[in-house]
Ligand binder design. Structure first.
Ligand code: NAI
Ligand code: MG
Length: 482
């Protein structure tokens, strides 16, 4: 006898979405000129219209941020700045359900994840950085470290509010002011965050939000009043930003793509490992820069791991992101779905074997069943390129050294996972892996105190922890950042 889950829909009545939004500049919402729709990717329903910021909007936002920096924010003590951050953190906790529902509607990720992961981590980032604001002089970041002034921050669509928190919290804690641009498909929670800034009575101009597309982002990067850039997104755009600032004295941290290796040794506890593999690649629809998108499994246990993985994958519930039982939500956009389909078709053409469980996918919205490719070789594009979807490429190895060689054989170096019962093997492997973040017997765990960032084409610098603060401070020790 099998049990079916009855739908358990989260009510969306807690959110009120305006028909149209402007930019948030100098503490107020100002009307935009052109607008573009933002949709719910699970239904294709148009949720609202977002302003497409141009160079003049960016200019106004940078002016407001500069004025706020000189007139108010740089004059406050760290303790006073910390109070604002604590206030923001508490309001975010109070309004957590509203943010979770709105994020799910605009992004397509399951409510279980926005409610239990994204929004709690957002609040944790503000609390953590609030605690740093009055301790910067004593943290080994140099004598009286100073803010840069205006930080330009450009974020992606996979963790919209969480990436905002990763950017805004350390910038404000270190005394910088901010001009932030959300991604085009997911601006709504950033605009709700603007209301939180008003509610917290943050001084006008300390946080400015200009919505728009790549041209808006480029205008922020190129603005002479911006002294520090923080970017998370694709490696292609990261390279464009690096070129744009090459002849300037602008500092930058770049969090780019990844092709994380999840390495399974033959002594790993198989059932726990299967859970970790699922969490590594199917969490957030695989729209995760540090996803464990390459499974590198020891040949002697490969068959057993893949069999158990298939059984587990058949239990993943794909569907309405507002349903509390849903594990895998909608793909964020039509463009992203096309990209996932194209790369998967390349996997077929390269001779890898595709498998997905039976799923009833809705005709409306953007959906992709959880998928694995076995028989993948290192030269295959699906072993080298970021698919950024619920697609796992499986490779095998015989010796530990072969596992490391395969894991390091990509242009990226963001994350890796090691599954083994043997501590010495975990230490040995983690010393040889070229990845900024390495998890052992777990995957996709985040904490504001832990620095995050990559090697090679995965980017420059670290975010989070003390390392992340240094990237926003002039006499701070830069950690690999420009
Ligand atoms: P993207 O890199 O184009 O977008 C990220 C942000 O950068 C957005 O806010 C966008 O408006 C902005 N942007 C675009 N062009 C810019 C420019 N020239 N100057 C300044 N800002 C600019 O990413 P996209 O197109 O949404 O996704 C494409 C691929 O990128 C995905 O398939 C995935 O592989 C990867 N990606 C990686 C992410 C990560 O967390 N590392 C996040 C999002 C995408
Ligand atoms: Mg949307």
């Amino acid at each position: 006898m099998t049990f079916e889950y009855a739908p358990a829909l989260e009510s969306r009545s807690i959110v009120s979405i305006k028909a149209k939004y402007g930019h948030f500049i100098n503490g107020s919402f100002v009307a935009g000129k052109k607008h573009f729709p933002t949709i719910n990717p699970a239904t294709e329903e148009i949720l609202s219209h977002i302003a497409l910021g141009g160079a003049s909007d960016v200019d106004k936002a940078v002016m407001a941020a500069q004025k706020a920096y000189t007139k108010t924010w740089s004059k406050l003590s760290g303790k006073e700045r910390g109070k604002y951050l604590y206030r923001i953190a508490r309001i975010l906790q109070e309004r957590a359900r509203e943010f979770a529902v709105l994020e799910t509607l605009d992004n397509g990720k399951p409510i279980r994840e926005t409610r239990d992961i994204d929004i709690p981590l957002v609040a944790a980032h503000f609390f953590y950085h609030a605690g740093w604001a009055d301790k910067l002089d004593y943290a080994g970041l140099g004598h009286s470290p100073k803010a840069y002034g205006v930080a330009g921050q450009i974020i992606p669509w996979n963790f919209p509010l969480l990436m905002l928190a990763w950017k805004v919290a350390p910038a404000l804690a270190t005394g910088n002011t901010v001009v932030l641009k959300p991604a085009e498909t997911t601006s709504l929670t950033a605009l709700l965050f603007a209301e939180v800034c008003q509610q917290a009575e943050l001084p006008d101009g300390v946080v400015n939000i200009v919505t728009g597309d790549g041209s808006t982002g480029a205008a922020i990067v190129n603005h002479p009043g911006v002294h520090k850039i923080a970017f998370t997104g694709s490696t292609d755009v990261g390279k464009k930003i690096a070129r744009a600032i090459a002849s300037t004295d602008k500092k930058a941290t770049l969090e780019l793509g990844g092709k994380g290796a999840n390495i399974v040794f033959d002594d790993a506890p198989i059932d726990e490992t299967v859970e970790g593999i699922v969490n590594g690649i199917f969490f957030n629809q695989g729209h995760v820069c540090c996803a464990g998108s390459r499974l590198i499994v020891q040949e002697s246990v490969a068959e057993e791991v893949i069999e158990k993985l298939k059984v587990r994958m058949a239990k993943i519930r794909v569907g309405d992101p507002l349903d509390k039982n849903t594990d895998l939500g909608a793909i964020n956009s039509k463009e992203q779905l096309v990209k996932i389909k194209e790369l998967s078709a390349i996997g077929d053409a390269e001779g890898a074997e595709r498998w997905s469980p039976q799923c009833n996918l809705s005709n409306k919205g953007f959906w992709f069943a959880p998928t694995i490719f076995t028989g993948v070789t290192q030269a295959n594009r699906i072993a080298q390129e970021e698919i950024f979807g619920p697609v796992l490429s499986v490779l095998t190895f015989r010796t530990p050294q072969e596992a490391i060689d395969k894991a390091n054989n990509t242009p990226f170096g963001l994350s890796a996972g090691i599954w083994s019962e043997k501590g010495s093997r975990i230490f040995w492997a983690s010393q040889h892996l070229k990845a900024g973040v390495i998890w052992a017997n777990t995957f996709n765990k985040f904490d504001p105190a832990s620095p995050f960032g990559g090697y090679k084409e995965s980017g420059w610098g670290r975010e989070g922890g003390k390392h992340g603060l240094a990237a926003y401070l002039k006499t701070g020790k830069e950690t690999g950042a420009k």
